[in-house]
Design a protein around this ligand. Structure first.
Ligand code: PHE
Ligand code: ZN
Length: 889
């Protein structure tokens, strides 16, 4: 039962240091699914810097059995969920607490819970208080010793953070293990695992000559799916030592997979816990995208050991200190792993697509917040695209402003100053700036930090004027950041604009700023005022500007370029990101024109010819072609419009797709045939690029066949689906059939289910594909409703809930936004049903309505009704309450 939903707003400016420190904690767990007994012995000291007051410990859904100070019973109070001791001693003291909790009943997957008969914990952000009473805040760092006691047959493996001190039998049926983590850590990094698991092991020696044991623990049948994760872990270790001189600091590093998990993975010290979807892969069951995602998440969690664990956050407002920085690090790692310049660009493009699809809409919706938020009522709601992905872009801008070497120096200073501390985003900024005196960053540090305090995506307008007589090119840059909730007026931000100039024939033009002697092919202009002009001299002919190369700042750019200029960039830019961007802009302009005018989209010959040229290009690689021929996402298209009609956007995108499929038919056939891979499966960028392009070509050919009545390509797709040697090709062929609503889709779906019915992660793909099937006559939506009744469906497993429900509500706009409002009714039902089980996951689903306010009628009014319906429920979780309250504000 939930106590009333009083939501309290927590403000960044109210931060106060803790009144007490917990220096050490000795935990003993008697593990039992129904009732686990937790004994905690802590060494506590008053924080003399803070006014004298009671000891207030956090706790949630705990059953307190004992409370002793220095071995004597002491009077205490319980206020709400807090345990308060008014007469705590002034001198250091020992506190002993004993309580129980109920792991088996814990469906929130926060705190201690069971999954598949094993025990797991999830403590970030505030899950530790669901295990025992504690100062559950990241600035209280303690040294942990943990003893686990459990049935030996059911739980042969007993794990916690750090190093194993001892283990053995307690009696005939129970055994124990005692762990010690020498590094002081905040409670959110605590973890334990107990269960019947097996491990892949590898011993490695670092550059410094230290030996380490790496282990990946999973359920018995899954061992052969851990090879890729282990390889990724080793590659991450090597990379972090090489690039940032950061070695592994523990003798043993463990990774564990669990199928019930709210997020991707968690960086608990020395004991990372992973959603199996972010860990397990085999060629037969995982796609190239899965292999890539696993590599980057394994790296992400590993990198947290320094950026997050050794240096942690002072409070949760600083979350991006660890998350933005660690996403930046995993993105850099993935690019370095990809290798070739073109493969690096493809990584960058994928990251930017993701930012535009998720973070841009967030930044213009009801939940818009700065990278360092000012207030929250439920911190779980702030693990957002803004904190993670925009946060990473902010870190990338530091690197752009001080250079790669300068950034590495800044990182070294950051660790020199703050190792072992809980710090703020300001501390990070200061370290990077201080390591680079006189740099473009240091000179504008205060203004740069507006990236942390101002929400919203800045609009950047660029207009160039060429003076043929003077041979000058004057580029005027203007910025404007529209209002966000609680932020009416904003100050100009520091925007690094990487640029180059091309001649109209596509040659590189040298750049020389007026008043400077430096000449180069690429420069980074730093815009800091609302408006600034930059004059280039010695410009021999009218240039085509290539702006914001590599996406040098997370802004929406309006460069006013003509089709002819975009075509020059698409064909000739040396910056692969901007080549791609030019193609996207050509497509976007056409889609927007159709949507704005309310007329059916009709692609012109010039556009089709440009796309054909990309597809036929002798030098561009397959991965780039695939990403260049993929149309802009519907969420990003919506970002360009003041009033959003999801059906009109979808219709335009679909029309573009159908026309590209027909017009380039011969080229798709060539692309499909030229990109077949013989031999065994490897997920490397070249092979995966070829598979991606072959899959795109196949989907276009099946789509076109649907329109023309041809049966050859659907037949070939079905054959390929049946014979595929790996999941990338199998799922690609299946998706081609399903998304085109081909007749063979039903048989293929049935066969797929039969083949993989025992593999939960593959069945998730089966649900997700159906949840995301483009709408046709209401059938896709009807199918999702029907699938809710499927015996394999359950709301209790987050991966499964996401695979069907989130797929529809978040990634299938045309099926979701219905004139009859049935999609919104469905959303409200599912939010409420999920909220009773898992508030964190329900909170995520609630976010779907962030932007109801910009929808066109009749969607807008219907969406509002659905939001109000959820709001009317009196006992919503704080998670959902906060999202809904903001949506209605
Ligand atoms: N800190 C985790 C990560 O980004 C994400 C996470 C947050 C996992 C909260 C679980 C709960 O690596
Ligand atoms: Zn993280």
């Amino acid at each position: 039962m939930r106590e009333g939903s009083v939501t309290t707003l927590i403000r960044r400016e109210d931060y106060q240091a803790p009144a007490f420190w917990i220096r050490t904690v000795d935990l003993t767990f008697d593990l039992d699914p129904a009732k686990t007994l937790v004994t905690a012995k802590m060494q506590i000291a008053r924080n003399s810097a803070v006014a004298h007051g009671p000891l207030r410990l956090h706790g949630e859904e705990l059953n307190l059995l004992r409370c002793l100070i220095n071995g004597e019973s002491v009077s205490f109070r319980q206020e709400g969920a807090e345990l308060i001791i008014d007469n705590a001693p002034d001198a250091d003291f020992a506190l002993e607490l004993r309580n129980t909790c109920a792991p088996e009943k814990n469906t929130t997957l926060s705190g201690l819970y069971t999954s598949g008969g094993s025990f797991f914990t999830q403590c970030e952000a505030e899950g530790f208080r669901r295990i025992c009473y504690f100062l559950d805040r990241p600035d209280v760092m303690a040294v942990y010793t943990v003893t686990l006691r459990a049935d030996k047959a059911k739980y042969p493996v007993l794990l916690s953070n750090g190093n194993l001190l001892e283990s053995g039998d307690l009696d005939a049926t129970r055994h124990f293990a005692k762990w010690h983590d020498p590094f002081p850590k905040p409670s959110y990094l605590f973890a334990l695992v107990a269960g019947d698991l097996v491990a892949r092991e590898q011993r490695v020696r670092t550059r410094a000559g230290k030996d380490h044991l790496l282990q990946v623990y999973v359920r018995r049948g899954d061992l052969e799916k851990t090879e890729h994760a282990m390889n990724s872990l080793i590659a991450s270790m090597v990379w972090d030592e090489a690039r940032f001189k950061l070695p592994l600091d523990l003798e043993r590093f463990m990774v564990v997979g669990v199928s019930d998990f709210n997020m991707g993975a968690m960086e608990n010290k020395g004991l990372n816990i992973f959603n199996t979807s972010a860990l397990l892969a085999s060629p037969a069951t995982a796609t190239d995208t899965d292999f890539n995602r696993i590599e980057s998440i394994v790296a992400h969690e590993y990198f947290h050991n320094w950026t997050g664990n050794r240096v942690t956050c002072r409070d949760w407002f600083q979350l991006s200190l660890k998350e933005g920085l660690t996403v930046f690090r995993d993105q850099e790692f993935s690019m370095d792993m990809a290798g070739s310049p073109s493969a690096r660009a493809v990584c960058r493009i994928a990251d930017v697509r993701q930012l535009r699809a998720a973070q841009f809409p967030e930044d213009s919706g009801a939940m818009a917040h700065p990278v360092r938020p000012d207030s929250y009522s439920e911190i779980n709601n702030f693990y957002t695209a803004t904190v993670y992905d925009k946060g990473s872009e902010v870190v990338r801008m530091y690197q752009t402003l001080v250079g790669r070497a300068g950034f590495e120096k800044g990182m070294s200073l950051y660790f020199e100053r703050h190792d072992g501390q809980a710090v703020t985003c300001d501390d990070f900024a200061q370290a990077i700036a201080d390591a680079n005196p006189g740099s473009a960053l240091s000179l504008r540090l205060e203004a740069f930090k507006r990236w942390y305090s101002q929400a919203g995506t800045p609009r950047l307008q660029a207009r160039g004027v060429y003076d043929a007589a003077a041979q000058t090119y004057t580029l005027s840059l203007t910025q404007h950041n529209p209002a966000s909730p609680g932020q009416e007026h904003k100050l100009p931000q520091v925007i690094p604009v990487a640029l180059g100039l091309l001649s109209e024939q596509g040659q590189v033009l040298p750049l020389q700023l007026q008043g400077s002697t430096e000449v180069s092919n690429e420069q980074v202009l730093v815009l800091e005022e609302a408006q600034q002009s930059f004059v280039f001299v010695g410009v021999a002919s009218e240039p085509v500007p290539s702006l914001l190369r590599g996406f040098s700042a997370p802004v929406l750019l309006d460069d006013g370029l003509t089709d002819a200029q975009l075509l020059v960039l698409l064909q000739h830019d040396v910056d692969a990101f901007n080549r791609w961007e030019a193609g996207q802009r050509l497509a976007l302009n056409r889609i927007l024109a159709a949507v704005r005018s309310g007329t059916p989209l009709q692609l012109d010959g010039a556009f089709i010819q440009a796309m054909r040229a990309v597809l036929r290009h002798p030098e561009l690689d397959a991965a780039f072609k695939e990403i260049a021929l993929t149309l802009p996402g519907e969420a990003y298209i919506a970002e360009q419009l003041a009033v959003v009609d999801p059906q009109a956007i979808h219709a335009a995108v679909e029309a573009a797709q159908v026309q590209l499929a027909a017009a380039l038919r011969e080229d798709w056939i060539t692309a499909f045939e030229a990109n077949q891979i013989q031999g065994g499966y490897t997920p490397d960028p070249v092979s995966s690029g070829k598979r991606a392009l072959a899959n795109l070509a196949l989907s276009m050919l099946v789509l076109d066949a649907q329109k023309s009545g041809d049966t050859v390509w659907p037949g070939r797709a079905y054959q390929r689906f049946k014979d595929a040697g790996n999941m990338t090709e199998r799922l690609g062929a299946l998706a081609a059939l399903v998304n085109a609503h081909a007749e063979l889709a039903e048989a293929a779906l049935a066969r797929f289910h039969e083949l993989f019915k025992d593999d939960a992660l593959v069945i998730d793909k089966w649900f997700a594909l159906q949840g995301r099937t483009p709408e046709k006559d209401g059938r896709s939506f009807a199918r999702v409703r029907q699938l809710l009744q499927h015996p394999d469906f359950t709301l209790k497993n987050p991966n499964r809930a996401r695979s069907l429900i989130f797929s529809l509500c978040m990634f299938n706009p045309a099926a979701f936004h219905r004139a009859d409002a049935a999609g919104y009714v469905f959303w409200a039902e599912q939010v409420l049903a999920l909220d009773a089980i898992n508030p964190q996951v329900a909170g995520r689903l609630a976010r779907v309505m962030d932007r109801w306010n910009v929808l066109a009628e009749p969607y807008r009014s219907a969406a509002l009704l659905a939001v109000q319906r959820v709001a009317a429920k009196p006992d919503l979780s704080p998670d959902v309450r906060e999202i809904i309250t903001r949506a209605l504000a």
